[in-house]
Design a binder for this molecule. Structure first.
Ligand SMILES: Cc1ncc(CO)c(N)n1
Length: 215
């Protein structure tokens, strides 16, 4: 049988292409992105990562013990790098918590929870995967360019680091294990969950670039 994640390659490649062309990423790479825009991104992404981590813990309870332990550990993967970046731009806990979540971040999080609630752990793990896979692909492409802004380069570097690459491989293995444990309909639901997450990943850049607010 084909390894399930290979059926998702075209979708992630497309999302990587679209993301690489997004003005947010272009300016992050060139160094032209206003710091206020990056600060907005870090605040919204902190909302996202908080929910993302909680969701790892919740999904982990439905997985076989081995995979569950790995997933639970994966959920905390980005914390240290982010805390360093928050310190560098003087972003404190109060501002992170008090700034309201923006519409697209809200929709993305809501989608991930819906997948778990409506379709179960297999679809939910597939919904988490673009997060790992996209950032890994994108950073590998862009890290070599060296953004002139240290903080922006640090952002790319955190996703080319060996441990994040390992996390992406571990997440793929969990998704493949889940795909093998469900029927064809279950795999279709997994594919759909993955595609919708890719959609929201693409929207996340524009949300940050526009500093989107509720209207
Ligand atoms: C929205 C989003 N997707 C993916 C990642 C990478 O884990 C992130 N930090 N934020």
């Amino acid at each position: 049988m084909t390894v399930f994640t290979t059926t998702l390659t075209a979708t992630i490649n497309q999302t990587t292409e679209t993301s690489a062309r997004a003005p947010f990423i272009q300016q992050l790479s060139s160094g032209d992105l206003p710091l206020a825009t990056f600060r907005y991104y870090l605040i919204q992404d902190n909302h996202y990562l908080t929910a993302f981590n909680r969701l790892h813990q919740e999904i982990a309870t439905y997985l076989p013990a081995n995979e569950g332990a790995i997933l639970s550990h994966l959920g905390e993967g980005e914390d240290a790098a982010r805390q360093r970046m928050h310190r560098e731009i003087g972003l404190g806990m109060q501002e992170l918590q008090e700034t309201p979540i923006a519409p697209n971040a809200y929709s993305y999080i809501t989608h991930m929870y819906y997948q778990l609630d409506r379709y179960g752990a297999a679809a939910a793990t597939a919904g988490l995967l673009p997060c790992y896979w996209l950032y890994s692909e994108l950073a590998q492409r862009l890290a070599v360019k060296h953004s002139p802004v240290h903080l922006y380069q640090e952002f790319f570097d955190s996703y080319t680091a060996a441990d994040f690459t390992t996390s992406t491989e571990q997440m793929k293995a969990i998704v493949n294990q889940q795909a093998a444990s469900v029927d064809e309909l279950g795999r279709q639901q997994m594919t759909r969950a993955f595609q919708i997450s890719c959609y929201y990943e693409e929207q996340f850049w524009q949300m940050a670039f526009d500093q989107q607010e509720w209207q």
